[in-house]
Design a protein around this ligand. Structure first.
Ligand code: TYC
Length: 113
C-alpha cells in the first residue's frame, strides 16, 4: 500500500498546533540468578565439606551432610542460587577457606537459564 502524506485533518488536533503525549513502557528485566556448585574430589575430608556447607550456606548439620553425600556420589550438587554478586562472594569464601586448609575442594558458579 502506498503511504499517503497525513492530511492536516487526519493528525491529532487537526494541525491546530496542539500535541499528544505518548507514554512508552520500558520493560524492566529481573537480573539473572546463579547456581553455586560444589564439586567432588578424592581428598577433601567429608567433615570439612559439611563444615563449609554449614558455615557459608547456612545449612543445619543434617542438610549439610546430605548435600555433601550427594556431591560425593554424583560428582557435584547445587548448594544455593543467588544474585551474581552474592554467588561470587560465596565461591570466593569457599575457595579461600579450602585453600587456607590445603584442601583441593572446588566451588564454581553457573548462570541459571
Ligand atoms: N569425596 C570426598 C571423600 O571421599 C568427600 C567430598 C565430598 C569431597 C564433597 C568434596 O565437594 C566434596 N573424602
Amino acid at each position: 500500500m502506498l503511504l499517503q502524506p497525513l492530511k492536516m485533518s487526519d493528525k491529532p488536533g487537526g494541525g491546530d498546533g496542539t500535541s499528544v503525549l505518548v507514554e512508552t513502557r520500558t520493560r524492566t528485566r529481573r537480573p539473572p540468578l546463579y547456581k553455586v556448585l560444589l564439586l567432588n574430589d578424592d581428598y577433601t575430608p567429608m567433615e570439612f565439606v559439611v563444615h563449609v556447607l554449614e558455615r557459608f550456606f547456612g545449612m543445619n548439620h543434617a542438610q549439610a551432610f546430605e548435600i555433601m553425600l550427594t556431591v560425593h556420589k554424583k560428582g557435584l550438587a547445587v548448594v544455593g542460587v543467588f544474585s551474581h554478586e552474592i554467588a561470587e562472594t560465596k565461591v570466593g569464601q569457599v575457595m579461600d577457606f579450602a585453600r587456607r586448609h590445603q584442601h583441593p575442594l572446588q566451588c564454581t558458579m553457573e548462570r541459571e537459564d
